[in-house]
Design a protein around this ligand. Structure first.
Ligand code: SF4
Ligand code: SF4
Length: 436
């Protein structure tokens, strides 16, 4: 008897087989942050995958599922941890968004941001200068009162969530850095995340200082965006262009490793090899960059933080970025580093790997859903009894800081490298006091 004919997908052939692996077991249901705040079938990985397959096989169009099944997924892959066949739902949803935009065209404002602003370090510098100007002159307050910020969409929401722009970007803070501790044991390049640069430079400044204290010379190349927003928003061409451009800058450096301190961006750099494709020269460069890229906590966990760690009598909990590889050693690196700090108390956080609702620009695109997810996160944080939440992702840092302001004003949110730096500096102060 002949077997059933295997349908030929109309598009997205590269993810068709993976999408067909879903066995409909529903184990992913309880792990999906979008589903737990809106428990309907199309919110689950199973539901989204089934609908995308329907579109591939011609039973519906991608535009029919854009609003909801495609737009409300955080591409966080928390569902993958529960999924026996490891269906890569976040990747499949991202590819479906790319296909949808290829079919229907891109919103002009999004295209402008992804193709003309984010890839250019000069444009990002100008953006920081302009943001500072609007704050100084009161234009920011005016834009907020008149509704101009809301009209600006994602950009306006980012400006509101990021708060007042910092006085200096990461690049402008480089002049104050000490030399690497002797003996120097290597040279690394810092992958400065553009969101960190414009909204939380103190986190990246801390990362650089911990690397220097650990005996690494740190190069800080001028980079544009990693291309991650282009991936999540479905602009494949912009994503590939950014990967190719950054790989060209990075491969010219004579360094041992490329270090990121934003889990999602760093994971994206680690995919540069497959993003840049088969082109012999460009692909090879991108693969080299991807191969030598590591997240700061993982790099220091493997190589060791050098220097004395001073005591911190803090009660902290860890909100693990969902962008970390499900089975990778990166998952436990933050805890292993924190455990080295004397007197630091680490308390467990229920649903610690569940997305906080930040997810890049998700908080701006899906504000109500994002708020419901954030509220649930803070119910868990309050229940943990922690006074500090530690993370290693800048969009999580901003989202959690916004959540703390609303739901737990006594809770502070810190990047893991800010905690490590506080401990190193505490030990140094103690040494100075003892020395007289
Ligand atoms: S990627 Fe995240 S939001 Fe999307 S289905 Fe999986 S768990 Fe839910
Ligand atoms: S856990 Fe995996 S296999 Fe099971 S329903 Fe969800 S996506 Fe499908």
């Amino acid at each position: 008897m002949a077997g059933a004919a295997v349908p030929t997908p109309r598009f997205l052939a590269d993810v068709y087989e993976a999408a067909s692996e879903c066995n409909k077991c529903s184990l992913c249901q309880a792990t999906c942050p979008a589903y737990v705040v809106n428990p309907v079938e199309w919110e689950t990985a199973r539901g989204r995958i089934a609908l995308i397959r329907d579109a591939m096989e011609g039973r519906l169009e991608l535009r029919d599922i854009e609003d909801g099944p495609l737009s409300s997924c955080l591409t966080c892959d928390n569902c993958v941890a529960a999924c026996a066949p490891r269906v890569p739902t976040g990747h499949i949803v991202s590819r479906a968004r790319q296909e949808l935009h290829a079919q229907e065209g891109y919103p002009w404002a999004q295209s402008f941001a992804l193709r003309s602003v984010l890839p250019r370090p000069g444009a990002l510098r100008a953006l920081h200068g302009f943001a500072r100007f609007t704050r100084r002159t009161g234009l920011y307050g005016l834009a907020r009162r008149t509704g101009l910020l809301s009209w600006l969409g994602t950009l306006g929401a980012l400006a509101e969530q990021g708060g007042p722009p910092p006085d200096r970007t990461v690049y402008q803070m480089l002049g104050d850095l000490p030399d690497a501790a002797q003996p120097v044991r290597g040279t690394v390049a810092m992958l400065v995340c553009c969101l960190s640069n414009l909204t939380a430079p103190e986190a990246t400044d801390a990362t650089i200082r911990v690397l220097l204290a650990s005996g690494y010379d740190v190069h800080v190349p001028q980079l544009g965006c990693s291309g991650l927003p282009a991936r999540t928003l479905g602009d494949r061409d912009a994503m590939v262009d950014m990967a190719v451009k950054n790989s060209a800058v990075l491969s010219r450096l004579d360094v041992d490793a490329y270090i990121g301190d934003t889990a999602s961006c760093t994971e994206h750099y680690r995919e540069y090899g497959s993003i840049a494709g088969d082109d012999r020269q460009v692909g090879e460069r991108a693969r080299e960059v991807a191969h030598h890229t590591a997240l700061a906590s993982d790099f220091l966990d493997r190589n060791g933080v050098r220097g004395d760690l001073g005591p911190l009598r803090w009660r902290v909990t860890i909100d693990e970025p969902c962008a970390l590889p499900i089975d990778g050693p990166e998952r436990g690196a933050t805890r292993r580093l924190l455990e080295q700090i004397p007197y630091l108390e680490i308390v467990p956080l229920h649903e610690r790997a569940m997305c906080c609702g930040g997810a890049g620009t998700y908080f701006a695109r899906q504000p109500e859903r994002s708020e419901a997810i954030l509220q649930r996160k803070f119910e868990n944080i309050r229940a943990s009894g922690a006074e500090i939440v530690v993370t290693e992702n800048i969009s999580c840092l901003l989202q959690l800081r916004a959540g703390a302001a609303r739901y737990a004003p006594n809770v502070k949110v810190m990047h893991i490298m800010e905690v490590m730096l506080a401990s190193l500096q505490g030990a140094e102060r103690r040494r100075a006091v003892l020395a007289g």
